[in-house]
Design a protein around this ligand. Structure first.
Ligand code: DAH
Length: 356
């Protein structure tokens, strides 16, 4: 039968424990300092504090110590344990710092070396590609390039162009209005007004830019899109010149076998006015789903400047004549690249954009 430990036995164990503690206390700083790496430090720590460690072994003897002495001796064991733990953390921090230093100093750090992966370089957006191509064609035909504001006066966007005040395009539903009574231009035709008000004929320019309409977005409508306006005014400019310029344009854009046709149409700022179609570039006129079996695709509106527009802008309609035309860049890009949905052009999905 196992009775309580003899007190003399307990005293032996106590002095054993104290001797063990003294030995460990004398040893552990040197043992930790001898560890040069984190794994060997952890190994050393486990030898002391691990399940089968030396200090743990001492702790286990505590059960054999007489209850009245257990508290005091237990405190001495725990005090050493705390010291060992603190010393471990300190040595660990030193090793980690040394490792960082070594890493930083190991290889010369040359900031001027090129990166290992070439940075991906973007390219122009399909709308910009097509716009630039159109601008380039007209620039070669002798047209200047004019710019103008996107936030515009009602007068320059509508009134001087001959839109009657109750025309549906001027309605709150069709334009974006600011609280100050300005609007986001609904077309780039505002630029012909600004040109006529600030300069004298002759004029031959195109005006590319963003325009805005309060349309609900779908596959063929967006509240913002791009147009290119064309404008030519001089003494004796005729419809034949309009036809010549647009024919040359269509041939340079789509190839020499392209033909165009004019259909009478109405725009308040031209008389006569026309819609201009190109022979379908896909079926060459035979009829396909893209031209809806008509053999023709509408690409722009055009006409001879209405005399009233000249008068509104201080140009003598008896002396000058001219033509204007306006086209949608998105429409031409969609035809060029066979893009089925206008929204793809503004979603900025790289899987779409890398294809151009
Ligand atoms: N501004 C017209 C629109 O946005 C397009 C247009 C048609 C412009 C005929 C013109 C033109 O210069 O003559 O629908």
């Amino acid at each position: 039968m196992a009775g309580p430990p003899q007190s003399s036995n307990s005293e032996n164990i106590e002095s054993n424990i104290d001797a063990g503690l003294a030995t460990l206390r004398a040893q552990f700083p040197a043992r930790f300092n001898a560890a040069e790496s984190e794994p060997s430090l952890r190994e050393e720590n486990a030898k002391l504090l691990g399940k089968k460690g030396e200090l743990t072994a001492i702790l286990k003897q505590l059960g054999a110590v007489a209850p009245e002495a257990r508290k005091a001796i237990g405190e001495r064991v725990n005090a050493l344990k705390t010291e060992v733990e603190a010393a471990f953390q300190k040595r660990l921090a030193t090793i980690e710092a040394a490792k960082r230093d070594a890493e930083l100093n190991a290889r010369p750090f040359d900031l001027t070396l090129p990166g290992r992966l070439a940075a991906p370089i973007g390219h122009a957006h399909p709308i910009s590609i097509v716009r630039d191509e159109i601008v380039d064609i007209f620039a070669r035909l002798g047209f200047q390039v004019h710019d103008g504001p996107e936030i515009e006066l009602e007068d320059y966007n509508f009134t001087k162009l001959g839109f009657p005040p109750d025309h549906p395009a001027t309605d709150m539903q069709d334009s974006f209005w600011t609280t100050s009574g300005h609007l986001l231009r609904t077309h780039t035709s505002n630029i012909q007004v600004r040109a006529m008000l600030s300069q004298k004929p002759p004029f031959a320019f195109i005006a590319p830019g963003a325009v805005y309409r309060r349309d609900d977005e779908d596959a063929t409508h967006l509240p913002m899109f791009h147009q290119i306006e064309g404008f030519m005014v001089n003494e004796r400019v005729t419809f034949a010149e309009l036809r010549g310029v647009l024919t040359e344009f269509a041939e340079r854009l789509y190839g020499r076998d392209t033909t165009i046709r004019f259909r009478p149409s109405y725009f308040p700022f031209v008389e006569p006015g026309a819609e201009v179609d190109v022979r379908c570039v896909f079926c060459k006129g035979g009829g396909c789903s893209i031209c809806k079996q008509t053999g023709w695709i509408e690409i722009l509106g055009a006409g001879m400047i209405h005399p009233a527009v000249f008068e509104h802008c201080g140009i003598d309609p008896e002396k000058y004549t001219g033509f204007a035309f306006g086209m949608g860049v998105e429409r031409i890009a969609m035809l060029r690249y066979d893009i089925p949905d206008l929204r793809m052009l503004v979603e900025n999905d790289p899987r779409f954009l890398v294809q151009f």
